[in-house]
Design a protein around this ligand. Structure first.
Ligand code: ATP
Ligand code: MG
Length: 158
């Protein structure tokens, strides 16, 4: 389906913002205008649900979660940043492997199976995009993914 990604993303963020029980601030840097992408909405929603749940899970009290969307070279680039404990550099790729969890003891306490990001990677790859993690230990984590985006489609309407 052709979906306005910006509207979809706002709705997903709204849902988390209404139900969160932590003192965490959400900051959105999303374009004002619609950006249409051809996606499986349920699957991309599942991807975002996991990324945002992770960000909340690892956010400190009083932290900020930042949402960014921009266009970059034929792709729409989406990122979610938190101010949590971060992921060690040597584990940045491994978090996308099935059942991989950074610190077993810590993760067990947090709950979850270690499948979320592996499923996200499969789904984003199937959509022709890419997904990766950047992190500074003790400062926070950013998960970024891309989806093919044709900005020329806007011209069809003018
Ligand atoms: P599930 O998503 O299946 O409920 P999970 O959240 O543990 O379980 P993933 O979402 O795949 O699994 O994440 C894998 C691991 O990557 C996590 O267990 C955690 O160690 C690490 N991780 C993911 N996101 C973050 C984050 N925002 N900050 C710190 N560590 C993270
Ligand atoms: Mg998860």
């Amino acid at each position: 389906d052709w979906i306005d990604f910006i509207l979809l993303f706002h709705r997903i963020i709204d849902r988390f913002e209404m139900t969160k029980n932590l003192n965490v601030t959400f900051e959105r840097y999303l374009p004002d205008q619609a950006m249409f992408v051809e996606i499986d909405t349920d699957k991309i929603t599942q991807v975002l649900d996991n990324i945002i749940s992770n960000a909340l899970k690892y956010s400190p009290e009083g932290g900020t979660i930042t949402f960014n969307v921009k266009e970059n070279n034929g792709f729409i680039e989406i990122s979610v940043s938190d101010q949590g404990l971060g992921i060690p550099k040597e584990n940045l790729d491994k978090v996308f492997e099935r059942f991989y969890r950074v610190d077993k003891a810590r993760s067990r306490q947090m709950g979850g199976t270690g499948l979320g990001l592996a499923i996200a990677k499969e789904m984003i790859t199937a959509h022709g995009g890419d997904i990766w993690a950047t992190s500074v230990e003790g400062k926070g984590t950013t998960i970024t993914f891309t989806l093919p985006f044709d900005s020329a489609q806007e011209d069809d309407w003018s």
